[in-house]
Design a binder for this molecule. Sequence first.
Ligand SMILES: Cc1cc2nc3c(=O)[nH]c(=O)nc-3n(C[C@H](O)[C@H](O)[C@H](O)COP(=O)(O)OP(=O)(O)OC[C@H]3O[C@@H](n4cnc5c(N)ncnc54)[C@H](O)[C@@H]3O)c2cc1C
Length: 229
Amino acid sequence: MRARLLESHELAPEVRHFVFDVPGAVELQFKAGQFVSLSETLAGKKITRAYSIASLPKGNRFELCLNLVHESAFSPHLFAMKPGDSVEMTPPLGFFVIRNPAREALFVATGTGIAPFRPMVRDYLAHPDANQLTLVFGVRYENSIYYRDDFEALAREHPNFRFWPTLSRPDDSWTGRTGHVQIHLLEAIGDRRDLDVYICGLKAMVDDVRAILKELGFDRKQIIFEKYD
Ligand SMILES: Cc1cc2nc3c(=O)[nH]c(=O)nc-3n(C[C@H](O)[C@H](O)[C@H](O)COP(=O)(O)OP(=O)(O)OC[C@H]3O[C@@H](n4cnc5c(N)ncnc54)[C@H](O)[C@@H]3O)c2cc1C
């Protein structure tokens, strides 16, 4: 199975949104939150990396949100792809999907860890029994709040959805939340312990948030996470 690049555009410096299709497939079936694995033989060695799908199912198309890791094995190859180029892929996989939209949920992302939440927010809110949902999204700078317009529009349309971007390196003009995502957990959770928390990003953040939740008395089954490294 191969994925063909249709287009890509910059979301922020060194972060791009990619649109692929799967030639020969009518439909690519997956659940919001799943990932694909992409492979290429580079310098004689086969390299495979996983990427969360940043879109809802739509025909044979899927989208990714990726950042460039300098002098690394695979992401520079994807950033060098031109429209029409293709790359080997596996069908979508993974268990980082909404467990129960009737339960209140907290989504916690940093950086490109926002990728699976882009479709998951829509998936959750589309459910007839959707409960309260809060997305806490941590990035360094204001221009790195990827998909900000989409999330803000969803928050306006859905009173049960709160979008809380937080900046670790804000400039003076920023009046919103600041600091790491961890700081904002308690405000989102309050006294409640009956919500599900979904976490996605690099290991250090994911492990830290999990430790805080366990300390607060959350059951392991209520903490659903995807680690990128
Ligand atoms: C299930 C899953 C889903 C993933 N989804 C995404 C995604 O949607 N978008 C995405 O950009 N990456 C995603 N990743 C990470 C991706 O698979 C690669 O690890 C990443 O592209 C780096 O690969 P590389 O070969 O360029 O770097 P490598 O040569 O493998 O170097 C790895 C180094 O890069 C760091 N690193 C890994 N991922 C990132 C990242 N995203 N940002 C900054 N540093 C990173 C690691 O900590 C490590 O130090 C996902 C990983 C998993 C396991």
